[in-house]
Design a protein around this ligand. Structure first.
Ligand code: NAP
Length: 281
């Protein structure tokens, strides 16, 4: 039976540090404030927004929601981003993506100043990560996966790590963060041949497909360390990771659960970025 790498202990450590920082900021009359920009009423966005607001309330971060018409134009959204850039009461901005098809997402991503880019969406913020400079705000989900590995003292130097995802929000920035820890990283995707062979020979496998229970025992060995980033609904409508947890957790050495793994660290990372942004204002 695998050791379960739970997210709540990692999140608790991040929150503990954040609480101290928020106390210090209060002495200076500063309240870290997150601006949330949401276009339309996508249920996934609304549910994520609720959870963020709940977490903000618990720790003493203010959340301001800027709910917008789903039909707003790129120019209107750029204008709002410009206002938020200038607004001294907003420490950081989270924009729910993907944006509707008619919006020029690239332009919008570029419009947010890096100092408020708490979810690492501006190409300038990402470019820093690709240069090995981790002083900016990394995208929250890959950073959450890294925090779980680091919290659990999982040796990465010289280890073979496979990342199954090549998106700009996940696989690519995560690969850079892993390289920074001197891991040897392989990126896999939908055109990869012999995926089970590649993952089975890795020390650490990070899965982020978004297909419930896709990875069964043939993808791993008894020493595998599995970090499951995928979140989707299984055939019974239950929240599931990419890994067939009941089967695979019997085989491998360490595994993150879903729910309760990477996802439970992601929001804490986001909020810690808001606090850091506020400290620098
Ligand atoms: P995405 O852009 O759709 O990326 C999926 C990746 O999986 C792509 O690189 C795709 O390859 C690859 N893939 C698809 N089918 C494959 C197959 N059969 N074999 C190998 N690779 C395959 O999605 P995303 O936005 O990066 O998100 C991925 C997952 O992470 C989703 O489940 C999402 O819910 C989850 N997520 C979790 C959190 C969290 O906090 N835990 C946050 C954000 C997202 P191609 O590039 O070739 O298409």
């Amino acid at each position: 039976m695998a050791e379960v790498l739970k997210g709540n202990v990692v999140a608790a450590q991040i929150k503990e540090k954040m609480a101290k920082d928020i106390e210090e900021l209060a002495k200076l009359g500063k309240v870290p404030t997150l601006g949330i920009v949401r276009l339309g009423d996508n249920p996934d966005d609304i549910s994520y927004e609720r959870s963020i607001i709940k977490n903000c309330d618990k720790i003493g971060i203010e959340a301001k929601v800027f709910e917008q018409d789903v039909n707003m134009t790129t120019e209107e959204l750029l204008s709002l981003m410009g206002e938020l850039n200038e607004d001294n009461s907003i420490s950081g901005v989270l924009l729910f993506r993907p944006l509707p098809k008619h919006i020029d997402e690239a332009k919008v991503r570029e419009s947010l100043v890096p100092s408020k880019d708490v979810d690492g969406m501006n190409p300038v913020t990402l470019a820093k990560i690709f240069e090995g400079d981790l002083s900016g705000f990394a995208p929250c989900t890959p950073k959450a996966a890294m925090e779980i590995l680091l919290y659990n003292n999982i040796e990465l130097e010289g280890k073979n790590v496979v990342v199954v995802n090549r998106s700009m929000v996940l696989g690519k920035p995560l690969t850079m963060m892993l390289l920074n820890e001197n891991a040897t990283v392989t990126i896999c995707h939908s055109r990869t041949k012999n995926l089970p062979e590649i993952t089975k020979n890795a020390d650490v496998v990070v899965t982020a497909l978004g297909r419930a229970k896709f990875f069964d025992e043939k993808y791993f060995n008894e020493n595998s360390i599995c970090i499951d980033v995928g979140v989707s609904l299984d055939e019974e409508g239950k929240l599931s990771g990419d890994i067939d947890y009941p089967v695979v957790s019997e085989l491998v050495s360490k595994i993150t659960p879903v729910p309760g793994g990477v996802g439970s660290v992601t929001t804490s990372i986001l909020l810690s970025h808001v606090v850091e942004a506020c400290k620098k204002m």
